[in-house]
Design a protein around this ligand. Structure first.
Ligand code: NAG
Ligand code: NAG
Ligand code: NAG
Ligand code: NAG
Ligand code: NAG
Length: 476
């Protein structure tokens, strides 16, 4: 009897030990699982429940149910991690469907966040992420988004842009991650001809923009890094209430036509505290833009900050109320520039460039109303009328020409004011060009260096001369 009793006790203890081991394994597994799902998917509440289960639940009860690996979280969590929507995150497998699914789910929840987790790379084909969504949606990019690296893998119908945000309001993109356009094949003519001819028969007139916003309002883009877009990195089109803050844009100087930020038909914009270096304009402001404030930007390499080209093919262009200040340009083609084609209509007015530092910039101050992307363009009458352009504290070094104001023969520029311009030749300057002003009316105020800037502008008559021909009223 005694022996049987002790045997029973032994068996019971063995079972207890087994049960204990099983339950601790389950709990470790559970924790591992949660870590894999990303820290944000776990509310503190759930953590507590998990611990409770492994310590106090009777051994016979089933292990805690795993969280769903796919789909909308029943817990009401506002984090929509692309990994939970089936993304692989290896940079090779196409994760577009997972991103779209996460977006669609998040779009329906107020204050939701679509998470691109760090330490993962997601290959995304051209997609449209559209609204309308519930307010305050966030796209949190902590990992990497990669565009298709081969020109041939872009669908023929989606060459305008890579990721198209459409019809969204009160939306933010943020995070410490990177948006990589992987555009190098698009920059090399021989590659482009080879891959494009195989697929598209002819070379398309445009190349994709990385992130494009269309008809979207109250959008913030901050903190992220964007690199190597096939063409433009960040574009806002027919939008408003835009804030860009603390972003980095970078592609090689040799990449043709890669703009940093491009604005078209967009109002109420603030772009600040960002570093932009690429093959073309750091910021390009096109027709239909007004109330744009750009400040605290480091620009270079690239073509500088540009308004235009405007009025191509006798089109109407309207740009007004632009303030560009506290900008540092290093080694760029232009500093601050307004460029229009001959023959256009409309107006550029109330533009202020102030506190601009230039270092070894080819031509720091440019108005070019003879803009032409070929060797020769036809002479045409009519031009986009330019008035009220203030330059104040433009300071630093140039390598080709300090000031180049080439206004239209037909429609002079008026109220062009130059104040405190201090431009010295850089080590690269070979003594070719002095300041030039053609058909530009306005006033200048010391200090002015080089000193011939003082005699460059014409003082009176511009406004009278131009009333006859200007068709700037099309902008009102
Ligand atoms: C956008 O957010 C602002 C405040 O952040 C709020 O006042 C406004 O109502 C929101 N708009 C929409 C359409 O949700
Ligand atoms: C934009 O945000 C402002 C407040 O920040 C709000 O008043 C306005 O309604 C918003 N506009 C849209 C279109 O959501
Ligand atoms: C700027 O963005 C980086 C991430 O790219 C972040 O670490 C930093 O805190 C941000 N700075 C500000 C002032 O928000
Ligand atoms: C000129 O534009 C600035 C914004 O850049 C604006 O604050 C100012 O009111 C405008 N001036 C006129 C006369 O419209
Ligand atoms: C345009 O006009 C300018 C100045 O009158 C002249 O020097 C130039 O040759 C003309 N260009 C063409 C393409 O006709």
């Amino acid at each position: 009897m005694k022996r049987v009793k002790s045997l029973c006790l032994l068996a019971f203890m063995a079972i207890m030990v087994l049960v204990f081991i099983t339950s601790s394994i389950t709990s470790v597994e559970g924790r591992k699982h949660n870590v894999k799902k990303g820290k944000n998917t776990q509310t503190p509440q759930k953590d507590k429940n998990n611990k409770g289960n492994s310590n106090t639940a009777p051994c016979s009860s089933p292990p805690p149910a795993p969280l769903p690996r796919f789909g909308y979280y029943p817990t009401g969590s506002k984090i929509f991690d692309v990994l939970s929507f089936g993304a692989k995150g290896d940079g090779v497998v196409d994760d577009s469907k997972a991103l779209l699914a996460a977006w669609k789910a998040a779009c329906k929840a107020p204050g939701a966040k679509v998470e691109i987790p760090s330490e993962f790379k997601f290959l995304i084909m051209p997609i449209t992420l559209h609204g309308p969504c519930m307010p305050d949606l966030v796209l949190q990019i902590d990992g990497a988004l990669l565009a298709p690296p081969k020109v041939g893998s872009w669908p023929k119908s989606s060459l305008f842009q890579w990721i198209n945000f459409k019809w969204i309001r009160n939306f933010t993109i943020q995070g410490t991650g990177v948006v990589d356009g992987q555009g190098s094949q698009w920059w090399t003519p021989s590659d482009l001809i080879y891959y494009v001819q195989k697929k598209f028969k002819h070379i398309p007139n445009w190349k994709p923009t990385a992130l494009r916003f269309y008809s979207s309002f109250n959008v913030t883009v901050r903190d992220i890094k964007m690199i190597n877009s096939p063409q433009c990195h960040l574009k806002f089109d027919s939008s408003g209430g835009i804030k860009v803050n603390n972003i980095t844009i970078s592609s090689p100087e040799s990449s043709p036509n890669t703009d940093g930020i491009h604005l078209q038909d967009t109002q109420d914009v603030e772009i600040q505290h960002s570093d932009i270096g690429c093959g073309d304009d750091c910021v390009s402001i096109q027709t239909g833009c007004s109330n744009v404030h750009i400040h605290h930007i480091n620009c270079g390499p690239g073509h500088g900050i540009s308004l235009g080209g405007l009025g191509k093919d006798q089109s109407v262009a309207c740009v007004s109320d632009i303030l560009v200040e506290k900008i540092s340009l290093l080694n760029t083609l232009a500093g601050v520039r307004i460029k229009t084609w001959q023959g256009g209509m409309g107006s550029v007015k109330n533009v202020s460039f102030s506190n601009i530092q230039v270092s070894d910039v080819k031509v720091p101050i440019i108005i070019d109303q003879y803009y032409c992307d070929k060797n020769v363009c036809k002479n045409q009458t009519g031009a986009v009328a330019i008035s009220g352009v203030k330059y104040d504290q433009i300071i630093g070094t140039y390598s080709v020409q300090p000031v180049h104001l080439a206004c239209s023969n037909d429609i002079p520029c008026t109220d062009v004011d130059l104040t405190d311009i201090q431009l010295k030749p850089s080590f690269r300057y070979r003594g070719f060009y002095r300041a030039l002003c053609w058909n530009s009316y306005g006033k200048s105020e010391a200090p002015l260096l080089p000193s011939n800037i003082d005699s460059c502008l014409r003082r009176d008559g511009g406004a009278v001369k131009r009333t006859a021909r200007s068709r700037e009223h099309v902008c009102f």
